[in-house]
Design a protein around this ligand. Structure first.
Ligand code: CP
Ligand code: NVA
Length: 328
């Protein structure tokens, strides 16, 4: 075949690359209209599954022929399993990679890793420590990158949480969400979501563990009523949703554990605190929980708790996130 003719041959479909490449790095950097589409699509896909087994493929197979790399530099149960199952339900395949077993953990640059992985896979999800790793990966990858948690944020969790709230209580816009405890990575993504989905957010916790000012400023600039209230009983007045998380995150030094526990004990979510919120307030926790520390068993297993719906909704929300990333 002459060189000129070669260029005229249409590529077989297998070689065609999608032109859509959306990174899902954070709630505040994603268009609010796109976030809404993802939540609605997640709900539609969940409804369409209609009680089929987890291994059953979806009728639509938008990830057929796609390979997804799931990289973990920190432990995970929900993120790991929900992404893996979600990709398979949509007809794709996964490879789960541990950061320490890759050259990434032994000095190869993030940029080189991004360029190499992009030659093999169609989508990368990473759970890592520093946000800069996620950002560098996204900058140099030629395939979409999803944030599966960094020290600073956890956007996939909050997509599941918004889906869960709306399933139980209708639109989250205009509602009051109260975070009691450490102003950590999950709290940060909740604040970003307050700005993007239009709900109000009250943080109650000790001053040294306040959420970063940038996150508060973002939500306020978007019109969310963000309050910091030191008295937890006062903070939960009128709450539609009460949320907490572990007092010691994976990136926190264990040497801070005792100090953190002492600072955070007044902010435990217990029946007394839930009784001060609206009577139909929901309780959420991203899990894993340390029962009887940040939350009591009575609340975890009580009628207001939707923690296992939240965990399930990681699956449905992330399926919609992956479809948006790939434009499929
Ligand atoms: N909530 C959450 O991200 O859980 P894992 O750490 O188990 O993935
Ligand atoms: N704040 C927790 C969330 C775990 C899903 C952590 O970063 O360890």
């Amino acid at each position: 075949m002459a060189a000129g003719q070669r260029g005229q041959s249409p590529l077989p479909p297998v070689f065609r690359k999608s032109h859509v490449m959306n990174h899902f790095l954070d709630i505040h950097t994603t268009d609010p209209a796109a976030l809404r589409v993802m939540i609605d699509q997640a709900q539609a896909m969940k409804t369409a599954r209609n009680g089929r087994g987890h291994a059953a493929p979806d009728d639509e197979q938008p990830l057929a022929g796609k390979m997804v790399a799931l990289i973990f530099e920190k432990p995970s149960t929900r993120t790991r399993v929900s992404f893996d199952v979600g990709v398979r339900q949509m007809g794709g395949q996964t490879m789960v990679l541990s950061g320490s077993e890759m050259q990434l953990g032994h000095g190869e640059t993030i940029a080189d890793t991004a360029r190499v992985l992009s030659r093999y896979v169609d989508l990368i999800m990473i759970r890592t420590f520093e946000e800069s790793v996620l950002q560098e990966l996204a900058e140099f990858a030629s395939v979409p990158v999803i944030n599966g948690l960094t020290n600073r944020t956890h956007p996939c969790q909050i997509m599941a949480d918004v889906l869960t709230f709306e399933e139980h209580r209708g639109p989250i816009a205009g509602r009051k969400v109260v975070w009691s405890g450490d102003g950590n990575n999950v709290c940060a993504s909740f604040l970003q979501a307050a700005g993007q989905f239009g709900f109000d957010f009250t943080f109650t916790g000790p001053p040294p563990l306040d959420p970063e000012a940038d996150f508060i400023r973002f939500a306020r600039e978007r019109g969310s009523d963000v309050q910091i209230v030191r008295d937890p009983m006062e903070a939960v007045q009128g709450a539609d949703l009460v949320v907490t998380d572990t007092w010691v995150s994976m990136h926190d030094s264990q040497s801070t554990k005792e100090r953190r526990h002492n600072q955070l004990r007044p902010y435990q979510v217990n029946e007394r605190l839930m009784a001060a919120a609206k009577p139909d307030a929901l309780f959420m926790h991203c899990l894993p929980a340390h029962r009887e520390d940040e939350v009591t068993n009575a609340v975890m297993d009580g009628p207001q708790s939707v923690i296992f719906d939240e965990a399930e909704n990681r699956l449905h929300a992330q399926k919609a996130v992956m479809r948006w990333c790939l434009g499929v």
